[in-house]
Design a protein around this ligand. Structure first.
Ligand SMILES: [Mg+2]
Length: 403
């Protein structure tokens, strides 16, 4: 089949998720591929329209790996991490989506077929605006989300203020695992990442203790430090967490140095997940070789899309280290994780945010993820499993490259 890319569109939706960049790649056959990435979306849009579009317009959209390598290798001249890899990620998703539609198969089928009937999910205890939306629709800082007020699906407030009621509600819905980031408030105090007062640590762990005391081991708990702490305080946190039998801690320590993460893991005596903040494939190789992780966590739209996520997940399997797919960003990131998780035998959890699934995704996509009893079902539609709502691709935020 001979296809050509005819048009590339990006748009942002600040009133829904200010950090999200929506991408569509059109072909001369009328097939449209959808992609996304998250954080500083206008910079990524510029990277795509001002530069990468030259490679893609008029080219074969089915040459997924060829485009990935070309764009990646050209960006390594000035550093491929960050904006560049987020742009490649969004493009890669859209190209896999086109390939799936051409083949009339879901992406997971093209990656090797089904290894599990459904993917266990955990709920990240955020709210509908967690992850960056502020009152003026601008994007906040990562790790600075507000606890907010009691309200529909504000699970951050619920975890802090009514942890046992919240955990019971989630158990009743079929969820077995909950993640929280109750240390953030302490880290935001002056020099919080360098020194953590025992009383602040005690307050941060209070919801976890309450859930353990009330519900025992019925619910798995994970704690995300959002990369705020250095080694001594990370070890203080780890010592306090040992009796709570957490499934893992995540980014308790800044992931700048893989050697220090490995040191932390070897002294912490609790399981450690590393890390959606890793970006390059060589970071993950070093994490695995240094025995720095009990879980490998990947964000599909930060590392280089479905292509790179699949490669990293396969690499982790060589070491028998399970993989967790990051979310808390946008719907196609989540569905990309599900696609790879379905086709990869060592993906153990898919992160989800039920506030986003219930309140934001219906404003963004045509087909919603199917959640049943704490699992997400692999999409059955050809391609990535959903599409952007047409109505979003209009207005002053729309950018178009044609050729
Ligand atoms: Mg995290």
């Amino acid at each position: 089949m001979s296809l050509k890319i005819t048009k590339i569109e990006t748009v942002t939706v600040p009133e829904i998720m200010p950090g999200l960049l929506l991408l569509r790649i059109h072909t001369d056959a009328g097939i449209i591929g959808c992609g996304e990435t998250y954080y500083v979306p206008h910079a990524v849009a510029s990277m795509i329209h001002d530069w990468m579009a030259r490679r893609l317009l008029g080219a074969d959209p089915l040459a997924v790996e060829s485009h990935w390598r070309f764009l990646y290798e050209r960006t390594t001249n000035f550093g491929s991490r960050g904006t560049e890899l987020r742009a490649i990620s969004a493009i890669d998703l859209a190209l896999w989506d086109i390939l799936g539609q051409v083949c009339e198969q879901p992406v997971w089928q093209l990656l090797g077929g089904r290894t599990q009937a459904s993917i266990p999910i955990y709920n990240s205890s955020g709210g509908p605006s967690y992850g960056g939306k502020r009152k003026d629709n601008s994007q906040g800082w990562p790790g600075y989300g507000e606890v907010g007020n009691e309200g529909p699906y504000n699970d951050y407030w619920a975890m802090v203020n009514k942890p046992v009621d919240y955990a019971k509600e989630m158990l009743d819905l079929g969820y077995r695992a909950l993640k929280t980031w109750t240390l953030d408030f302490a880290a935001h105090k002056v020099r919080g990442g360098l020194y953590l007062r025992p009383e602040d640590l005690d307050e941060a762990l209070r919801p976890l203790r309450a859930i353990r005391e009330a519900l025992g081991g019925q619910v798995e708990l994970m704690l995300d430090g959002h990369g705020f702490f250095q080694l001594p305080m990370a070890l203080r946190i780890a010592r306090a967490l040992r009796p709570l039998d957490v499934l893992w801690v995540e980014d308790i320590i800044r992931p700048d140095s893989i050697a220090t993460i490995a040191d932390f893991r070897h002294k912490a005596d609790i399981p450690v997940a590393v890390s959606e903040m890793m970006i390059g494939p060589d970071d993950y190789r070093m994490v695995l070789e240094e025995r720095a992780a009990d879980y490998i966590m990947i964000d599909p739209t930060w590392v280089g899309g479905i292509s790179q996520t699949h490669r990293i997940a396969q690499h982790a399997q060589v070491y028998n280290i399970p993989v967790v797919m990051h979310d808390c960003t946008g719907p196609l990131t989540m569905l990309s994780g599900v696609q790879v998780a379905t086709a990869t035998a060592n993906v153990v959890w898919q992160e989800t945010v039920r506030a986003h699934i219930n309140l934001l995704y219906p404003q963004l996509i045509t087909e919603q993820p199917v959640i049943e009893a704490g699992h997400v079902l692999p999409p059955t539609q050809p391609g990535i499993g959903t599409a952007w709502l047409d109505s979003l691709f209009s207005g002053p935020e729309l950018r178009v490259s044609e050729g």
